[in-house]
Design a binder for this molecule. Structure first.
Ligand code: URP
Ligand code: ZN
Ligand code: ZN
Length: 460
């Protein structure tokens, strides 16, 4: 199969030019002006952008969590990702405390294998670091291509590890050449505030927000960054939301420490006033919670300062009836919101179209930087000869409105209902095949393959 894409405006992390792209099999084989090639299919994309396929490094598909499962499984979640221009996702395996990392890997494979539309990979969340777990790290990196290890400083009693385990894990991951990532909020502080609010009968979604103040995040981010500095391990903070936490990272740069930072689309464009909508606020109950407008400004600036390298989603949807489990007690609302399909279009509309970030930055934070940090570059994350032909043809002029009535995510509400966006994903190629075109899927379930990853580039 070969495809010739004519007259596209090709955007990479560093370039912006008009060209034709010739795709043979799964790879890009030529890029140039007026390419003459005998292609099976020719697509003229004049006036459209060609971006590298989006990479969302923070999704939770079919994940057991807070007494239920996230409502998008690997089939529905990766299909929705493709509709939204994301061609690779990195999902989280959660170790069960008391069990091995490999038993968790087996469990996650039993749900994901053969079910994906987009390509996918896994981070391994270590929730119980001990002498047995330690022995598994090397094989996960070298045999399985799982090179990033997630830690939780919160969700006390379920996923949280203490600082002793954190330091032990960091030392082992450093020795084996991996990366430690973190959900950085202070689990004890949140636990205390949650219990206090519940005992006072303060049970609405607003108290989810008030139980996780900014300082619970900035304190944990600073502690994590210090432990990473002490152990000299490459480190990455997931879903960073606020000024205080980003300032901890800024401080670390003064000692020439590199800390990779991911924020998520919701923290750039939504704010905590949504928690004042009584129980409807449950739609946005997530951890950390939405913050203030001043934090949004800090995060946009952080992208332009090079302090924030990645914009993901933390896609973790729950149907409304599941959110209702917490109708009488905010601490029982399953945490998370749906966004896997919306990230690329929302960031273009709110970021590029409104002049907050450049087109090149857009490509960096939606694709290239994740590919580099998580060891997939240049197979993924760029438009280049020899790279996988994961390409998004994007119409910057097409306006449309986001809604649960038209989205493909398996969830009965949209966190962005009625929001008008400028720009639309029109066609998506995945490893050389047209996967989505004009709102129709062209590939089958199981096309998406597991991507074994290499080591992180220390400098991106
Ligand atoms: O609310 C969230 N973020 N749910 C998913 C789990 C996590 O903390 O990333
Ligand atoms: Zn988290
Ligand atoms: Zn998450």
């Amino acid at each position: 199969m070969s495809v010739l894409i004519k007259n596209g405006r090709v955007i990479t992390a560093s370039e912006d030019y008009i060209a034709d792209i010739f795709v043979e099999g799964e790879k890009i084989s030529a890029i140039g002006r007026n390419l003459k090639a005998n292609a099976d299919e020719t697509i003229d994309v004049s006036g459209k952008f060609v971006f590298p396929g989006g990479i969302d490094p923070h999704v939770h598909l079919d994940m057991p969590f807070m007494g239920t499962f996230s409502s998008d499984n690997y089939e529905t979640g990766t299909l929705a990702a493709l509709y939204g221009g994301t061609t690779t996702v990195i999902d989280f395996i959660l170790q069960t405390q008391g069990k091995s990392l490999y038993s968790a890997l087996d469990e996650w494979r039993s749900r994901s294998d053969g079910n994906c539309y987009s390509d996918y990979s896994f981070h391994m969340a270590v929730t119980d670091f001990n002498d047995e777990t330690k022995k598994e790290i090397k094989d996960l990196i070298y045999k399985e291509g799982i090179t990033s290890f997630k830690t939780f400083m919160a969700y006390k009693g379920a996923l949280m590890i203490d600082d002793r385990q954190m330091i032990g894990l960091m030392n082992e991951v450093r020795d084996m050449g991996g990366l430690v990532t973190v959900h950085a909020t202070n689990g004890d502080m949140i636990d205390y505030l949650t219990a206090k609010h519940r005992s006072e009968g303060k049970l609405s979604p607003l108290y989810h927000y008030l139980s996780q103040p900014e300082i619970s995040e900035s304190e944990a981010a600073g502690r994590f960054v210090d432990m990473a500095y002490h152990t000299d391990v490459p480190c990455y903070i997931v879903h960073l939301t606020c000024e205080g936490a980003l300032n901890q990272v800024r401080d670390a740069t003064r000692r020439n420490q590199k800390v990779f930072v991911e924020t998520c689309i919701q923290y750039l464009i939504l704010d905590a006033s949504l928690y004042e909508k009584d129980f409807e606020g449950a739609k946005w109950v997530m951890s950390p919670p939405l913050r203030e407008k001043k934090d949004q400004a800090t995060l946009w600036a952080g992208i332009n300062q090079g302090l924030v390298q990645v914009v993901g989603t933390d896609h973790c949807p729950f149907e409304w009836k599941k959110k209702l489990m917490g109708e009488k007690d905010f601490s029982k609302i399953p945490n998370g919101h749906p966004a896997i399909e919306n990230r690329m279009e929302l960031l273009f509309s709110e970021g590029v179209d409104k002049g907050k970030i450049s087109l090149n930055s857009y490509v960096e934070v939606t694709s290239t930087n994740s590919a580099k940090i998580f060891g997939m570059f240049p197979q993924k994350g760029t438009v280049g000869i020899g790279s996988d032909a994961d390409l998004v043809i994007f119409d910057p002029k097409k306006k449309h409105t986001l809604s649960a009535r038209s989205h493909h995510m398996n969830v009965d509400y949209s966190a962005y209902e009625g929001r008008e966006v400028n720009g639309k994903v029109e066609t998506v190629l995945m490893r050389g095949n047209v996967a989505v075109h004009e709102n129709k899927v062209k590939i089958g379930k199981g096309y998406g393959k597991f991507i074994k990853r290499g080591k992180a580039s220390k400098i991106i």
